[in-house]
Write a protein that binds this ligand. Structure first.
Ligand SMILES: C[S@@+](CC[C@H](N)C(=O)[O-])C[C@H]1O[C@@H](n2cnc3c(N)ncnc32)[C@H](O)[C@@H]1O
Length: 286
């Protein structure tokens, strides 16, 4: 039996055999596409068990029945999924990708046409990525005061609890590391440890739950930028390709898909042209 030592005692985890591993990792893969390799079995066991402890459930099979039982099971799944997904993120996390957005939006600003610039922050976790994008666009737009150009950021994630944090937008001041001084006007101090995002920026960001595995079922909205970073790594190659192909339907002609260079290897697809821009991995729809 596996055990965990805490400050005051030793806790014993209920057994988790290979059947349990297959059952729970299979559930996660079927519902959201995330694969937990056998080497990370103990991560799976510990995370599920920590939730079982809160509910006072002693065996994995009893918890399995809870998760798979009607509306209560669906609500419980939202809680568990939040434990099993990695929400690590930060403001302006991959600078070269943001530079590419600056480059693209600046071209639009130089154009005198009326324009509605739409960005999709896919898998935005607790919101830092979505707010970074909105802050960037707002600061560029205010710089030259263009009244005929609008922008909006649609931000989605599969985790409802992560999105609730995003909507509230209260962040620890540690998160300000790496935050450019020019953008500090878009944050508001709440107390010495906490800051929030200016209402002007919040108004430009809309959050919603979205499961990338269901990309084919999403109604089509066309974006100038699809910003998808640090999520495809959790999917199998087949699922990655399906998602990447699925994104094409959501791009305006000339719109860009900006990935993180670590997310995928070499992807080639009809009508998608690889863009060469310092340190980025991006594609433009012809
Ligand atoms: C590591 S975070 C990345 C956050 C942000 N994009 C960044 O780069 O900083 C990965 C996010 O992907 C989300 N995610 C995992 N599976 C997903 C799925 N099937 N559909 C949509 N989002 C998913 C997780 O909930 C998590 O918030």
């Amino acid at each position: 039996m596996k055990s965990i030592a805490t400050k005051d005692s030793v806790l014993f985890l209920p057994d988790f055999d290979s059947f349990d591993y297959r059952q729970w990792s299979g559930l996660l893969e079927n519902k959201v596409g995330i694969t937990i390799p056998k080497e990370r079995e103990s991560f799976l066991q510990t995370k599920i068990w920590s939730r079982m402890r809160e509910l006072g459930i002693e065996t994995f099979s009893k918890y399995w029945d809870v998760i798979n039982n009607g509306i209560t099971g669906k609500l419980e799944w939202i809680e568990l999924l939040d434990r099993l997904t990695v929400h690590e993120t930060s403001f302006f996390r991959h600078k070269p990708s943001y530079n590419l957005v600056v480059n693209d939006f600046s071209n639009i600003l130089n154009n005198n046409r009326k324009f509605h610039y739409k960005v999709w922050s896919v898998s935005c976790a607790t919101g830092e990525e979505a707010y970074s994008l909105a802050i960037l666009l707002q600061s560029l737009k205010s710089g030259i005061d263009k009244k005929n150009i609008y922008y909006g950021v649609t931000a989605t994630d599969v985790s409802k609890p992560a999105l609730t944090i995003a909507e509230h937008a209260y962040y620890n001041k540690e998160k300000l590391k790496g935050f450019d001084n020019d953008y500090k006007e878009y944050i508001k101090k709440v107390n010495p440890k906490i800051f929030t995002i200016d209402e002007k920026i919040k108004d430009r960001v809309a959050f919603g739950v979205f499961n990338l595995l269901k990309i084919e079922e999403m109604p089509t909205i066309k974006f100038d930028i699809i910003f998808c970073q640090n999520v495809l790594i959790y999917f199998t190659k087949e699922k990655k390709i399906k998602i990447l192909e699925g994104f094409k339907r959501f791009l305006k002609s000339g719109g860009m898909l900006i990935l993180n260079p670590a997310d995928i290897g070499n992807w080639k697809s009809d009508n998608m042209t690889r863009i060469t821009y310092k340190g980025t991995l991006a594609y433009k729809l012809d």
